[in-house]
Ligand binder design. Structure first.
Ligand code: G3I
Length: 351
């Protein structure tokens, strides 16, 4: 917990209660902020533009947003040299209107790449030029407006060894260092992150990610943070204590951490016991983040079950998020809010 006296906490809570409209005080974003972290989610921009209730829920509960797909290579550069920022611009504008921080996602990834790129048979030098131009264009455009970037994602295999990707095959193993350097050149003030799944706690992949980012740091590559995605189910989640210890060892490298994409998929139809267990997992992972000073944010991968990616990719599974199909809070929401309220009362952010 972040240090603070009870008297200051009481004064801060009282000030907060008068400063914000009624009902907003107890939102996830306000409680999280006074607990010293940001609370975020991935945004479906099409829904943002068409579903007013969804937009209101985002504005009320979250102060950190990540475009679920709007800044991915195939969306933002569908043809070589033709960039389409329509969706991303809409999200950044919405975020700025609602005092939300934006995390750019994702500059170098092995998925959602356009055919002109994957089927272009480019030489290593040509591919370097294409990736450099892509990163320079995106990061420059949002300089000062996108506070952090997932520069690279999912480059480590389950065995902890570097994963062979389109980029590693096409450019070589130094593509990651190049990507971070190019992003830093384009916006020296942006917070640059490596983001991955399946390595949140202990194990070979976690050790592989640690080794990767430690090596980047040793070679003075500008990396600031590691994102722990936390896509889990009830029976395959990492031990929260292992997550806390992993965050601490990354902090010892000087790296911040974030829980970046949490969802807890359930077998449908979900029953009360499942929803209670889900609430316990969200609470435990949030607790791990709150216990580590350099854990800066906690995000879910989607706000409501209605817009979750899970049912499309895992038929028969779903109900993975804090709000249900109709946007109503679930037990996990209340569990997380209770923990944030307790943390807020004992250690408001001194900013
Ligand atoms: O936009 C097109 C649409 O025009 C087309 O008609 C339709 C049917 O083909 O596809 C639409 O694109 C889909 C896109 O989501 C937008 O809905 C892609 O096919 C689909 O593959 C894509 O899925 C995304 C997935 O990443 C891609 O692997 C999910 O929405 C997104 O939630 C998911 O997010 C990833 C993070 O970026 C990285 N971490 C893991 C996480 C879950 O896989």
């Amino acid at each position: 917990m972040r240090p603070c006296t009870l008297a200051t906490a009481a004064l801060f809570a009282a000030a907060l209660a008068t400063a914000l409209p009624a009902g907003a005080v107890d939102s996830l974003r306000n409680l999280a902020q006074s607990a010293g972290i940001r609370f975020g989610t991935a945004v479906n921009v099409e829904a943002l533009n068409t579903d007013a209730a969804y937009a209101r829920l985002l504005a009320r509960e979250f102060n950190l947003v990540t475009p679920e797909n709007a800044l991915k290579f195939s969306v933002v550069q569908p043809e070589r040299g033709r960039f389409d920022f329509t969706q991303a611009d809409a999200l950044v504008a919405f975020a700025e209107a609602h005092r939300m921080q934006v995390n750019g996602h994702v500059l170098v990834w092995d998925q959602q790449l356009p055919d002109w790129l994957t089927q272009g048979h480019f030489s290593p030098d040509e591919l370097k030029a294409i990736l450099h131009e892509h990163i320079r264009t995106l990061v420059t455009r949002y300089r000062g407006r996108v506070a952090s970037w997932d520069v690279a994602a999912e480059a480590v295999g389950e065995d902890g060894k570097p994963r062979e990707t389109f980029w590693s095959r096409g450019i070589g193993p130094d593509y990651l260092a190049l990507a971070f350097r190019w992003a830093h050149e384009a916006d020296p003030r942006a917070r640059l992150r490596y983001n991955d799944y399946g390595g949140e706690g202990a194990g070979a992949k976690s050790d592989g990610i640690y080794t990767l980012v430690a090596d980047l740091r040793v070679h003075r590559v500008p990396i600031d943070a590691v994102g722990l995605q936390m896509h889990v189910g009830l029976n395959d989640a990492p031990r929260p204590e292992d997550v806390r210890l992993n965050m601490k060892r990354l902090a010892a490298l000087g790296l911040e951490t974030d829980v970046t994409e949490m969802d807890v998929m359930l077998q449908l139809p979900a029953d009360r016991a499942d929803l209670k267990a889900q609430a316990g997992l969200y609470r435990a992972m949030l607790q791990a983040c709150l216990a580590v000073p350099l854990c800066r944010s906690f995000s879910t991968w989607g706000a409501t079950d209605h817009y979750s990616w899970i049912p499309e990719f895992f038929p028969g599974r779903g109900a993975a998020l804090l709000f249900d199909m109709d946007g109503h809070p679930k037990p996990a929401y209340y569990s997380v809010r209770r923990l944030l309220r307790r943390a807020a009362e004992s250690s408001p952010a001194i900013e």
